[in-house]
Design a protein around this ligand. Structure first.
Ligand SMILES: Cc1ncc(COP(=O)(O)O)c(C=O)c1O
Length: 510
């Protein structure tokens, strides 16, 4: 009996620890399930769909492709879904059969029908977070807004290896960061107009890790956290896993609706706010100084902890004066930065800038995640920051060229989409033609050999289903090919009778 109880507690702990399946009601502890009424809501009205079983299978497949029903989720019993949808039992039975036949579901004795990915399909994240697919033959992966290393990284590694022996006599745990690296990061803040000393800097294993440290240090389950909608999915997902209640405020490619932002801060008095004011991901919006001051004042008035994600700050592509760092307007704000976009994601380094007296609290939280970032990479970053404290010039040129190629390709092959050219960042936030679902486009694009993240993936709330992020992180030739594939996907997705078929990829253009 005791043993059983312990197992129950253990299983339920697993359930609490995986609230990422936010839209799936978990009734069993071990594997996520989606309740029949919930799935019926997600599927929507099938009244005019002919044949209904095919439409049902297609819609469930889109939910899987879009990450709204995650792989491993147990589908409702046929009987429950039949009742919830108000369709015939045969419709559900045949739809499940189609899903099984196409590899999107597997039936297991005693555990019903479980969501799967077809074997041989391109592997990619199907949860709420984004990460690149495994490299595949003739596949263009635009799931992530990340690009290759700029020149000089290999040389910086070689130089760092030469310097490493000086550190080998010590234990190698720098929970705050290698002192010289903290100084170089602080100097960059100072140069950007925010005087900073090294004792206000903690070196982390990237910005996502930095945000996780802040969450662990300051947030508890149930806290309200203001977040932009759309938002960088991994940040939203991390907050959900912390148990935060998200309070979304709108932003689009034209910027922030600051009236809504400030009134939401005043009325919901969130414990914390997470903002990406520089080349916001995915919209590319850039918050001007006047708005930073306004929003900063509103946050300070409510004593709202303010976490500013500056991961994309240095990826300025157009000339023009940069705004001051948010923390220059709101001194209480804590800033998270990263070398992933300015230099290279493979370094896996970032930092937190916070008041010096908060660093002990941050280190206490950090050591429950990791005990420090790798020394060699920190030495590499030191070289890179000394060479170009912002973004290296060749990376900027590459990205300007890629942005131009993506825009030209869109105007040539897909003139019906709409977008604003961002002054920086790594992606275009496309508005698809009316009645075109980005989830459907993403699904069709995958069959064309193009991986994308649809608008829904970035939605902290709502669906954003006419939006699609197009990162310009491949070569101009590849981007032209990607947009051609996307154009085919948009056409296919527009056909109501669309059925999954064989991929029709063409050879890659180098
Ligand atoms: C806003 C934002 N924060 C964080 C990250 C990831 O940063 P890192 O690679 O340093 O963990 C990204 C990557 O796209 C991002 O867009």
């Amino acid at each position: 009996m005791q043993e059983l109880d312990r197992r129950h507690v253990h299983q339920c702990a697993a359930k609490v620890a995986t609230p990422s399946i936010a839209n799936c009601e978990t009734v069993a502890c071990m594997s996520p399930t989606v309740a029949a009424p919930r799935l019926a809501t997600l599927v929507g009205d099938l009244a005019d769909a002919r044949p209904a079983y095919r439409a049902l299978a297609d819609r469930i497949r889109l939910l899987i492709a879009d990450g709204r029903v995650v792989v491993g989720t147990r589908l409702p019993s046929e009987r429950d879904l039949t009742t919830a949808l108000g369709v015939s039992r045969t419709t559900v039975t045949r739809a499940y059969a189609v899903l099984r036949d196409s590899g999107y579901a597997v039936a297991r004795q005693g555990s019903g029908t479980t969501v799967a990915i077809p074997t041989g399909e391109i592997r990619r994240g199907t949860g709420a977070s984004l990460y690149p697919a495994e490299p595949g033959h003739d596949v263009l992966d635009l799931t992530c807004a990340a690009t290759r290393a700029p020149s000089g990284v290999a040389e910086a590694y070689a130089a760092a290896v030469d310097e490493l022996p000086a550190y080998l006599a010590g234990a190698g745990y720098f929970t705050l960061g290698v002192p010289e690296v903290r100084e170089a990061i602080a100097a960059r803040f100072t140069a950007r107009g925010l005087p900073t000393s090294a004792d206000e800097i903690l070196v982390t294993s990237g910005a996502v890790a930095g945000m996780a440290i802040l969450e662990r240090a300051f947030l508890s389950a149930g806290d309200r956290v203001l977040i932009e909608n759309p938002a960088y999915p991994n940040a939203a997902e991390s907050l959900r896993r912390t148990g935060a209640r998200l309070v979304p405020v709108p932003v689009d490619d034209t910027g922030w609706d600051t009236t809504t932002v400030t009134s939401t801060i005043a009325t919901s008095r969130p414990r914390a706010a997470v903002l990406v004011p520089d080349f916001h991901n995915p919209t590319g919006a850039y918050m001007p100084d006047t708005q930073r001051a306004l929003v900063g004042r509103a946050l300070a008035r409510q004593d709202t902890l303010t976490f500013i994600d500056e991961t994309i700050t240095e990826v300025r592509l157009d000339d023009g004066e940069a705004a001051l760092p948010f923390a220059a307007h709101h001194p209480g704000a804590i800033t998270v930065g990263s070398s992933s976009k300015s230099h290279w994601g493979g370094l896996r380094l970032g930092w937190i800038r916070a008041r010096a007296d908060l660093l002990t609290r941050l280190v206490d939280a950090r050591v429950t995640i990791d005990l420090g970032a790798p020394v060699l990479e920190q030495l590499v970053l030191l070289h890179l920051l000394r060479q170009s404290p912002g973004m290296p010039a060749d990376r900027r040129e590459d990205l300007v060229r890629a942005r131009g190629a993506a825009i030209t390709a869109l105007r040539t092959h897909l003139p019906q989409v709409d977008f604003t050219m961002p002054a920086g960042g790594l992606s275009l936030w496309l508005r698809l033609p009316e009645a075109t679902s980005s989830a459907r486009v993403v699904d069709a694009a995958e069959r064309e050999g193009l991986l994308l993240a649809g608008g829904n993936r970035f939605a902290a709330t709502g669906t954003l289903d006419r939006r699609l992020r197009l990162p310009y992180v491949l070569s101009p030739g590849q981007l032209d090919e990607a947009v051609q594939r996307l154009a085919r996907a948009v056409t296919i997705a527009g056909h109501t009778a669309y059925r999954p078929g064989k991929r029709t990829t063409r050879p890659l253009v180098a």
